[in-house]
Design a protein around this ligand. Structure first.
Ligand SMILES: CCCCCCCCCCCCCC(=O)SCCNC(=O)CCNC(=O)[C@H](O)C(C)(C)COP(=O)(O)OP(=O)(O)OC[C@H]1O[C@@H](n2cnc3c(N)ncnc32)[C@H](O)[C@@H]1OP(=O)(O)O
Length: 216
């Protein structure tokens, strides 16, 4: 995977934002509204008498968006244009309603860090974060840590330890750091902590320097 022109801790100031933060554009605002709808659908009273109308209106919005969508192949080319800091991934992408979205910054010691509060759409055990969601977030954090460390690779293995249930509705800090490089193999570690520093999930990932070609 090419690291391209991504900032690294050796050539960029501490605090460099490594993801694409929401920028107030119409698409970011629409995606933010979609996230709000997903959350509200999970919270609204099951007996809400207007749910049938809500379904109709949401389908009508989806139809409008689909009518204005280019062919998927064309859209994929457009998505992967640029330096590779994505606006569409499911973790940090401001244009992806599945993404919380997590904003990550680079620190001078080579690690990356971001804070996020997760809500009901990400629930696994009652009141707590789904384990697969934690793994998803950390896999991506490690990928960005690799880029900040000047490397890039695909995940070959992600070893995940769940130390304690990860709470919803509280700020969580996610960190990642490239630990070592051995030929094409990159080892990277990270964790999710509560505001008082308790480790909820820790991971170690093996990444292999290999790329999937971008759509053209
Ligand atoms: C600045 C910020 C910018 C942001 C940037 C964007 C961030 C984006 C973040 C996105 C983040 C999300 C990221 C994602 O979601 S990536 C998507 C999820 N991952 C995949 O889909 C990967 C699928 N697998 C593959 O493509 C290949 O199998 C890989 C790439 C893994 C290996 O490929 P390849 O077949 O070419 O490798 P090789 O066979 O020559 O082996 C090479 C060496 O590696 C060792 N090995 C291999 N596999 C394993 C294994 N499973 N356990 C232990 N070891 C393993 C192997 O023994 C050998 O070691 P050695 O014999 O040399 O000692």
């Amino acid at each position: 995977m090419s690291v391209g022109t991504h900032p690294t801790f050796e050539n960029s100031p501490p605090g460099t934002v490594l993801t694409s933060p929401p920028d107030g554009s119409a698409v970011d605002r629409a995606t933010g509204a979609a996230r709000r709808v997903v959350d509200a659908l999970l919270r609204t009273d099951r007996g809400n008498a207007n749910l049938a109308r809500v379904a109709e209106e949401l389908n009508s919005i989806a139809e409008h968006l689909e009518e204005h969508a280019p062919a998927v192949a064309e859209r994929l080319i457009d998505m992967w244009n640029g330096e590779g800091v994505t606006r569409h991934d499911p973790v940090t992408g401001p244009e992806n309603a599945l993404a919380p979205p997590l904003v990550l910054e680079g620190l001078p010691d080579g690690s990356v860090r971001g804070t996020v509060t997760l809500t009901i759409p990400y629930q696994g055990p009652p009141g707590h974060v789904h384990g697969g969601v934690s793994a998803l977030l950390l896999d991506h954090v490690l990928g960005v840590a690799n880029a900040w460390g000047g490397k890039a690779g695909m995940t070959a293995q992600l070893s995940t330890r769940y130390h304690r249930p990860t709470p919803l509705f509280e700020p969580l800090t996610l960190t990642g750091k490239l630990i070592s490089v051995d030929g094409r193999k990159i080892t990277t570690a990270g964790d999710i902590r509560t505001a008082d520093g308790q480790v909820c999930v820790s991971v170690e990932g093996l990444f292999v320097d290999k790329s999937v070609p971008r759509p053209r």
